[in-house]
Design a protein around this ligand. Structure first.
Ligand code: VG1
Ligand code: CO
Length: 584
């Protein structure tokens, strides 16, 4: 089938507040639906990329409300801007790591992801858009800064229309997004444009199959002492999980819960953590569920986050990263040549640092957000990366990858149990506690105060900055400083700044941190992914090498640090919040 279209320049004016946050532009659906809102941003994006004319790009989203409408609008703007082909995931769906895989494998110019990730979906909830560059990773700040400046000066955007008199109707409306296949169109001045609807899973699943020993994982699934439960949280990963855990690994159909992608995620918050995946957590708790599976896992709305659970045991993302890095070479074929480096975001607990030291490899500390790992991965300086926010990934794509992390843990379990008899499964809990014996335990917790008033958020950061300034001013030159009457001295009190070791770009103001002499840390930062108000994140970490003290509950171990943080920041008074919205 073929058709034709005419390019029309539509008049518009700048719209405030279109700045890309930690991971794309995220706003309420109502905001995105306002006239020209999406079109302004997309045109500003296209105006900032080199090589757009004649290029091919990928497009897909997490299936949330308004996903398909946005796909249609973006195709029209892409055609008007001279893009020659848009590869759209079937039904407009692509999980974030799958989009990254497609961009890389098919050597595309880039890709657009429609997601607000773990934020709720639906007509009254959130929508989001993000651009990934040719390495498959989120656009660096040099690109997002250009997009922002274009949003401030935009006066027209291009739109493919049926003809100059009919600017409403979609000239590509005949394309069935549910049917895989390419449809060609020609513009009035002879340019060709193709919408190619591609299988949402094929490239990505093949990539994962090439990285892991699926036969060994299948053998693990076949053991009677192993069982597995995956919570797709009604997000995008359901069909991918069905394909991998059920069809390829032989798990029972019930091993995927909430496997059907829903536009509003069933009204839930598709964020894989102890609060929002409470049903999964309860299913893994042997006190509540006597038949609790040996392993549980969940991923978020767009499939880039993961949570790993053992029977009655939560693996913190920081520990997960450290264990995967420690076992990668032996347990995962993709890493058989070993690692040259690992990387973690600054607030992430330093568990992986101890592994890097032992392996004699580099360990990089980057600002929050996956875009900062891109250069390290491209340059081969790091192969595995992670964030405390349930993000784990490697150099196979340039996004964090939820299902990849789950496969890593299955591979670790399969490897550790290669010699055990059915019935004697070495558990996830014992793998992690054994890890602590060797490397020490990094207790970690994050307190989120969501949607506080923006002014209160700014005031809190100003208060903590002042505390830091006063400490630094009072420093006696001995290299350590005092924080109130806290018994442990502070060695660093600053606002984290990062210089990219590859391109020298500098990212300032990435979080207020206090590092203590015993390697404990407190970090304060404001979220860059919220759609309204401010979300304050408080991170606490404490290192414990004494085996006898490693079994304590993290909240108990971290209480003195958290109390200190609340006191010095005056958080309760400034925000009016006596407790956080979410603790992870
Ligand atoms: C949060 C996390 C960060 C993560 C980002 C995107 O950002 O802290 O680690 O990379 O979300 O994750 P912020 O600025 O709100 O703290 V996702 O799953 O939204 O793509
Ligand atoms: Co996500």
């Amino acid at each position: 089938m073929a058709g034709s279209f005419t390019v029309v320049d539509v008049k518009t004016a700048p719209i405030d507040g279109q700045k890309t946050g930690t991971s794309g532009l995220r706003k309420k659906v109502a905001e995105f639906k306002k006239p020209n809102y999406l079109a302004n941003w997309v045109q500003s994006l296209f105006s900032s990329i080199d090589g757009l004319k004649g290029s091919s790009i990928a497009l897909g989203g997490d299936g949330r409300y308004w996903n398909k409408d946005a796909v249609r609008i973006i195709c029209r703007i892409a055609a008007a801007n001279g893009v020659s082909k848009v590869l759209v995931g079937q039904n407009g769906i692509l999980c974030t790591p799958a989009l990254s895989a497609i961009v890389r494998r098919r050597e595309l110019l880039g890709g657009i992801i429609l997601t607000a990730s773990h934020n709720p979906g639906g007509p009254n909830a959130d929508f989001g858009i993000k651009y990934n560059v040719s390495n498959g990773g989120p656009a660096p700040e040099s690109v997002t800064d250009k997009i922002l400046s274009n949003t401030k000066t935009i006066s027209t955007y291009g739109m493919a229309c049926v003809d100059g008199d009919n600017t409403e109707a979609d000239p590509f409306g005949s394309v069935d997004l549910a049917a895989v296949g390419a449809t060609k169109f020609t513009s009035a001045d002879g340019a060709a444009f193709t919408i190619d609807v591609v299988d949402s899973a094929a490239d990505y699943v093949e990539l994962l199959q090439s990285m892991f020993d699926f036969a060994a994982l299948k053998a693990l699934f076949a053991r009677s002492d192993f069982s597995f439960l995956f919570d797709a949280m009604s997000g995008v990963t359901g069909p991918y999980a069905q394909r991998i855990f059920v069809e390829l690994l032989g798990g029972p159909a019930e091993c995927v819960m909430r496997g059907e992608p829903l536009e509003d995620f069933g009204g839930a918050h598709p964020d894989p953590n102890l609060t929002y995946a409470a049903d999964l957590v309860a299913s893994l708790d042997p006190k509540k569920s006597p038949d609790a599976p040996a392993m549980g896992a969940a991923s978020d709305g767009d499939g880039d986050r993961n949570m790993i659970l053992g029977r009655g045991f939560f693996v913190t993302p920081s520990d997960s990263l450290a264990v995967i890095a420690a076992k990668a070479k032996a347990a995962i074929p993709f890493f058989k040549d070993g690692l040259t480096g690992v990387a973690r975001s600054m607030p992430t607990a330093s568990a992986v640092d101890h592994v890097a030291t032992k392996l004699g490899i580099s360990c990089f500390e980057t600002p929050t957000g996956w875009k900062f790992f891109g250069n390290l991965l491209d340059a081969g300086k790091a192969q595995i990366c992670g964030e405390e926010s349930f993000g784990t990934g490697a150099f196979h794509v340039r996004e964090k990858d939820g299902i990849f992390a789950v496969l890593c843990w299955l591979a670790v379990l399969a490897h550790e149990n290669a010699g055990t008899k059915d019935g004697d499964l070495i558990s996830i809990e014992s793998i992690v506690t054994d890890h602590w014996k060797v490397y020490g335990r990094n207790f970690f917790s994050r307190y989120d105060y969501e949607e506080v008033d923006s002014e209160a958020g700014a005031k809190l950061m100003a208060t903590v900055t002042k505390v830091q300034e006063d400490m630094v001013a009072a420093a006696d030159g001995s290299g350590s400083m005092t924080l109130g009457d806290f018994p442990v001295k502070v060695t660093t009190a600053d606002n984290f700044s990062y210089t990219d070791p590859i391109d020298g770009s500098v990212a300032k103001g990435q979080g207020l941190r206090f590092v203590f002499e015993d390697h404990s840390r407190l970090v304060f930062r404001l979220s860059g992914t919220g759609s309204s108000g401010a979300t304050i994140r408080l991170y606490a970490e404490q290192y414990e090498t004494d085996e006898a003290k490693q079994g304590v509950d993290a909240q108990v171990a971290l209480k003195p640090l958290i109390d200190l943080a609340l006191k010095i920041s005056n958080l309760t008074e400034i925000t009016g919040r006596s407790s956080p919205t979410v603790i992870t």
